[in-house]
Design a protein around this ligand. Structure first.
Ligand SMILES: Cc1ncc(COP(=O)(O)O)c(C=O)c1O
Length: 401
């Protein structure tokens, strides 16, 4: 959670809770910016009663916003029926969700689904899938982010995050995000290429136009898997169910988490075609993976995204936000990147951190993905009111920074 500015106007209850947090939480946890209490729609309220418009969406997680009736009802009903069962047994919910994921991803009848509980676990499963090709080398992109467990960190191309934890899992090479670099690195000993369609943590950096199409061709020529990390871009956020679908390609696997659960922890790996035959019985698993509570909730969240047309809404509201930000005067916004409701706002002038600080004070949550980029990943449910409130608050934050 680096990147959101420290809230300075803490009241008594916040101060007490922040002190207790400092004394009990592992030092890896950053100092909290506020202590949150409850939310509704795109708004969240802290323990002092201050309201914030959440345009980070729990970092691309709260697809339906806070306390959506479908989410609340599904969690309550499924918890009352059966929250967990060992994976010696199946449940309707895990089958329903797997069928939905293979349908909306286009993996179809040859698609298969593995469940974990987070993005990192979805990536771990993808990494093990790559190893099952019996090839040693795995390619990933510089500045890409895939998680913080040892396997997913090995794929993450951010040296600062990796340095303290070497040696990491061997066999991973980080390359430039160009097709030339991929051509050069590729060989018949490469198991897989792992990529994010838009590098979210690096600052909402889309891959170059044509990259995924080229990567599909090059990986296929060498019999390597193309594994797409859709953890931040998936669940409709970019205006398609999954970002790779904008490019008309078919990957071998996609890693999912965040927005598919709408706030309930879940991760998944969906394989396509022949990649679905790589795992054999007993080669991977997780106690909680695919539990009825998580899978029923994710299935209901995705059903609601479909019913309410939120994939289309992401595309429409994203376009509106880009247009309205272009009309903000003052010249602080140099560039707007991304797709749908995963947006990077490139600033020229005030630092992203300074703007995020001012925004938080004014009641707007955005985050500084890097020194000069604000990241926006609001809930997919936002409408006219939230778009206008965001523009007003951002304008004031830019003026104050
Ligand atoms: C693209 C991407 N991959 C993987 C992860 C790791 O997911 P998690 O934090 O759920 O382990 C993230 C989290 O930010 C992410 O954005």
């Amino acid at each position: 959670m680096t990147g959101i500015a420290q809230h300075t106007g803490a009241g008594t209850e916040t101060e007490g809770l922040v002190a207790r947090h400092r004394d009990v939480m592992m030092r890896s946890a950053p100092r909290p910016l506020a202590v949150m209490d409850h939310g509704e729609g795109a708004w969240i309220v802290d323990v002092e009663g201050r309201r914030y418009l959440d345009f980070l969406g729990g970092i691309a997680v709260n697809s339906l916003g806070y306390a959506h009736p479908v989410f609340v009802r599904t969690v309550a009903e499924q918890a009352a029926r059966m929250a967990h069962v060992s994976n010696y047994f199946a449940s309707r919910a895990q089958i329903d969700l797997a069928e939905r994921l293979t349908r909306i991803s286009g993996a179809g009848e040859s698609g298969r689904v593995y469940y974990g509980n987070s993005g990192a676990e979805a990536i771990e499963a993808a990494f093990k899938l790559a190893r099952l090709t019996r090839r040693r080398r795995v390619l990933a992109l510089q500045s890409g982010f895939h998680g913080r467990t040892m396997g997913s960190l090995s794929l993450t191309g951010k040296p600062a995050l990796r340095a303290d934890f070497e040696p990491l899992v061997p066999g991973v090479e980080h390359i430039d995000s160009t097709l030339d670099a991929l051509e050069q690195a590729m060989g018949d000993d490469v198991a897989a290429l792992v990529v994010e369609p838009i590098k979210g943590e690096a600052g909402v950096l889309p891959l170059p136009a044509g990259y995924l199409e080229g990567a599909r061709r090059i990986t296929a020529e060498h019999g390597a898997l193309l594994i797409i990390d859709e953890i931040q871009t998936g669940a409709g956020r970019t205006g398609a169910w999954f970002a790779f679908q904008h490019d008309g390609i078919v990957p071998d696997a996609i890693a999912l988490a965040k927005g598919i659960g709408g706030g309930f922890p879940i991760g998944a790996l969906v394989t396509f075609g022949a990649a679905s035959d790589l795992f054999a019985a007993g080669q991977h698993g997780s106690t909680f993976g695919g539990n009825p509570l998580a899978t029923a909730t994710a299935d209901a969240v995705l059903a609601e995204i479909e019913r309410a047309g939120l994939v289309e809404n992401a595309e429409r509201r994203g376009r509106e936000l880009v247009e309205k930000m272009a009309a903000i005067s003052g010249g602080a916004i140099a560039e707007v990147r991304g797709r749908g409701l995963l947006i990077g706002v490139g600033l020229s002038g005030p630092s992203a951190q300074a703007v995020a600080t001012r925004a938080l004070e004014l009641g707007l949550i955005v985050n500084a993905a890097n020194e000069s980029t604000l990241r926006l990943a609001p809930p997919l449910i936002i409408g006219d009111e939230e778009v206008q409130a965001f523009i007003d608050l951002l304008t004031r934050a830019l003026e104050a920074a």
